[in-house]
Design a protein around this ligand. Structure first.
Ligand SMILES: C[S@@+](CC[C@H](N)C(=O)[O-])C[C@H]1O[C@@H](n2cnc3c(N)ncnc32)[C@H](O)[C@@H]1O
Length: 571
C-alpha cells in the first residue's frame, strides 16, 4: 500500500480528546466495566452514563460514547429544574459533540458546539472560547467537506477533487472518500468487553452445531476448526475459523445439506410474506406466488403466505412487532444506502426475538456461532458510520419495546450484530436487495472461487443453466411438500472425497481474479488464496492507496490542512 511521505498515516487514525490520544490500549476498559456493572443496578443514573461516555471517548469508541451521551441528555431533560442535573446534561452534550467530531460528522458536531458555547457556568470562559473556535472550524470544514454519492460513483466534482488530492499528496492509487454524511469508526468485529468470539469455537458450541448438521445433512458433514492464513484476515485477531468437511464420499449433484432460514426479511418494496419472503398476489393462479394471508390483527400491515408462516413468525418475533409501523426504519435505511433495508429489518427481528427470550441478541443460540469477520480490512479496520444509525437503533428499541437503558440491548450489541449479518446473510428471490435470510448452518461453508458445492433453492436466485433439471426437480419437490419457500439446498458440483473441506463460492465465478478478490475483500474482509486465485498469473488485488478517514482530524494539529483543503478548486 502506498502511503505518502507528506501525511503521516497513523495521525489519521487517532482522535484527540482533551489532550488524550485515543490509542485503544485497553487502559480504560476496567472503568467501562465498572460503570456498566453499576448501570445494571441503577440504569437511570445520568451521571454513570456520562462517566461511561467519557471513558469511551478516552479509549477511542466514539460510536458508543455518542449513544451514552444521548442517554444523558434524555435522562436530564426529564427533570429540567435541577441544577446538578443541568450540569451533567451540559457535559453530556459536550461528549455528544466530541463523539460526532470523532466519527467524522463535522456539521453535526458544530451544531452541538454552537449550543455549548452559549451554555452556563458549568464551563469556564476559556473552555467556552474553545467551543466557539471549534464550532467555527467544524462548520467551515463541513462546508468544504468532500462527499461522494451514496452508491460510490464519483461525480465530476469529486473526480476533480480526487485528482487534486492525489497530485498534492502524491497518492498513486485510488482514494476512498466517505459517503454523503458518513463518517468512519474503527471496528474489528469485537468490543474488548465481549468474550463471545472465543465461546463460538468452544467444544460445547461445536457439539451443538454438529448435532444440527447431522440432522440437516443426514450425517454427511462435519464442522471443523480452521486456522486461516493471517495475511488473508489482516485486521482481525480471529484467525481460528469454522468450516465444513465431508464425512463420506459424495457424487456429483448429490444433495448434502437442506436448511430453512432461521430468520428472513424483505425490503418492503413489494408485497411479500413477512416470514418466508415469498411474493404475494391478490388472486390465486400465479404459479410461483401465493395469495395474501393478512396478519390476524386488522391494524397490522404485515402479510404472510399462509397460516403456517404467520404462526412461525408469531412464535419468533411478530407478536412483539405486530401492528407497529416500520416506516421510520425504512426511511432512515434508504438514506444510509438506498435499497438496503434488509440488514436493519433483520436486526429489528433479532432484537424482538431476543427480548421475547429475555437475552442479549448476541446470545440467541441459533446465531451465536456466526462469524464476525467482515469488510473492515478493506477500510483498514474501519467501518463507515452513518448518522442514521442512531435513529434506527432508537426506533428498533422502541418497536421491540426495549428500554434505552437496558444493557442487554446496548448499542455495541447493535453494531456487532450488523457486522455479523454483513457476512452471513444470503439473498433470496427477486432483485439482489429484495429478500435475505440467515442460514446458520449454510453459513459455515468457507469460500473458494473454485467451489465444490452450490446453493440451490426453489427460487431462481442460484439458478445455473447446467443444473436446470436438478433445479426443476427441486422446485417441484418443495412445492409438493409445501416447505419454506426460501429453503436452501446445497448440492455437490463434483465428486467429493471423504475428509475434504467443502467450499462454496460467495460471488460470481465468471469474474476475473481482481474483480473476484476485490468483491470478496470488500464484502467479507479477506483476501482469497484459493487454488484458482493462486494459479492465476493476474496479480492479487491490492488495497486502495489511501483512505481519507474523517478528514477533519487534520485540523486538530495541522492548521495548514484546512487552508490547503480550502484552496482546492471545488467548482
Ligand atoms: C459465512 S462465514 C464462513 C464461516 C466462517 N469461517 C466461520 O468461522 O464461521 C464467512 C467468513 O469466513 C471467513 N472465510 C470464508 N472463506 C474464507 C477463505 N477462503 N479465506 C479466508 N477467510 C475465509 C471470512 O472471514 C468470511 O467473512
Amino acid at each position: 500500500m502506498s502511503a505518502t511521505k507528506n501525511i503521516p498515516r497513523v495521525h489519521k487514525f487517532f482522535h484527540q480528546f482533551e489532550g488524550i490520544t485515543t490509542l485503544r490500549d485497553d487502559k480504560y476498559i476496567s472503568e467501562w466495566n465498572e460503570y456498566t456493572d453499576k448501570l445494571t443496578k441503577t440504569p437511570n443514573d445520568p451521571n454513570l452514563w456520562c462517566q461511561r461516555a467519557l471513558v469511551c471517548l478516552k479509549e477511542g469508541y466514539p460510536e458508543i460514547a455518542l449513544i451514552d451521551a444521548k442517554r444523558v441528555l434524555l435522562l436530564c431533560d426529564e427533570i429540567k429544574d435541577n441544577i446538578e442535573l443541568q450540569k451533567i446534561s451540559y457535559k453530556g452534550r459536550y461528549y455528544y459533540a466530541e463523539a460526532l467530531r470523532a466519527l467524522g460528522l463535522p456539521g453535526m458536531s458544530a451544531s452541538e458546539y454552537e449550543i455549548l458555547k452559549d451554555l452556563s457556568e458549568t464551563f469556564n470562559k476559556t473552555k467556552k472560547e474553545k467551543f466557539q473556535i471549534l464550532a467555527l472550524k467544524l462548520r467551515q470544514l463541513s462546508n468544504i467537506r468532500i462527499q461522494v454519492s451514496p452508491d460510490g460513483t464519483a461525480e465530476p466534482k469529486n473526480e476533480l477533487l480526487l485528482k487534486e488530492i492525489s497530485i498534492r499528496w502524491g497518492f498513486t492509487s485510488p482514494i476512498i472518500l466517505s459517503y454523503v454524511d458518513c463518517g468512519w469508526f474503527r471496528f474489528n468485529g469485537q468490543y474488548p468487553w465481549d468474550k463471545r468470539p472465543n465461546e463460538r469455537i468452544s467444544a460445547t458450541i461445536l457439539r451443538e452445531l454438529q448435532k444440527q448438521l447431522d440432522n440437516a445433512s443426514n450425517k454427511k458433514l462435519k464442522v471443523v476448526l480452521r486456522k486461516l492464513p493471517p495475511d488473508s484476515v489482516k485486521e482481525s485477531k480471529m484467525t481460528i475459523h469454522l468450516g465444513v468437511e465431508s464425512i463420506k464420499d459424495f457424487t456429483t449433484h448429490e444433495i448434502i445439506l437442506e436448511e430453512d432460514p432461521f430468520i428472513a426479511g424483505h425490503n418492503h418494496f413489494s408485497n411479500r410474506c413477512e416470514y418466508c419472503t415469498l411474493e404475494l398476489v391478490e388472486k390465486p393462479g400465479h404459479p410461483r406466488c401465493s395469495v395474501k394471508y393478512p396478519c390476524h390483527n386488522s391494524r397490522c400491515k404485515e402479510l404472510f403466505c399462509n397460516k403456517k408462516c404467520y404462526k412461525l413468525a408469531m412464535k419468533l418475533y411478530h407478536k412483539r412487532l405486530c401492528g407497529k409501523s416500520i416506516d421510520t426504519i425504512i426511511r432512515s435505511a434508504q438514506r444510509v444506502r438506498p435499497g438496503w433495508n434488509h440488514i436493519f429489518i433483520l436486526v429489528l427481528k433479532l432484537f424482538a426475538l431476543a427480548k421475547e427470550r429475555d437475552i442479549n441478541p448476541l446470545d440467541i443460540k441459533e446465531i451465536k456461532h456466526l462469524s464476525r469477520q467482515h469488510a473492515n480490512s478493506y477500510y483498514e479496520g474501519h467501518l463507515p458510520w452513518d448518522s442514521e444509525y442512531e435513529i434506527i437503533y432508537f426506533e428498533i428499541l422502541k418497536l421491540a419495546e426495549i428500554s434505552l437503558y437496558d444493557l442487554q440491548y446496548d448499542f455495541w450489541v447493535f453494531i456487532t450484530l450488523m457486522a455479523i449479518l454483513g457476512v452471513n446473510v444470503f439473498s433470496g428471490e427477486g432483485n439482489i436487495r429484495d429478500t435475505h435470510g440467515i442460514f446458520p448452518l449454510t453459513s459455515l461453508f468457507n469460500h473458494s472461487c473454485n467451489p465444490l458445492v452450490i446453493h440451490m433453492n426453489a427460487t431462481e436466485r442460484y439458478f445455473r443453466k447446467d443444473l436446470t433439471q436438478q433445479f426443476m426437480e427441486l422446485r417441484q419437490k418443495y412445492q409438493q411438500i409445501d416447505c419454506n419457500r426460501f429453503r436452501f439446498t446445497t448440492i455437490a458440483l463434483q465428486n467429493v472425497m471423504k475428509g475434504q473441506e467443502i467450499f462454496t463460492c460467495y460471488i460470481d465465478t465468471i469474474d476475473d481474479k481482481q474483480q473476484r478478490q476485490s468483491k470478496i475483500l470488500y464484502t467479507y474482509g479477506f483476501i482469497c488464496h484459493c487454488d484458482k486465485c493462486e494459479a492465476d498469473p493476474q496479480c492479487h488485488f491490492s488495497l486502495p492507496g489511501a483512505i481519507c478517514w474523517n478528514l477533519h482530524y487534520y485540523t486538530d494539529n495541522d492548521e495548514s490542512f484546512l487552508s490547503q483543503f480550502k484552496c482546492l478548486n471545488l467548482e
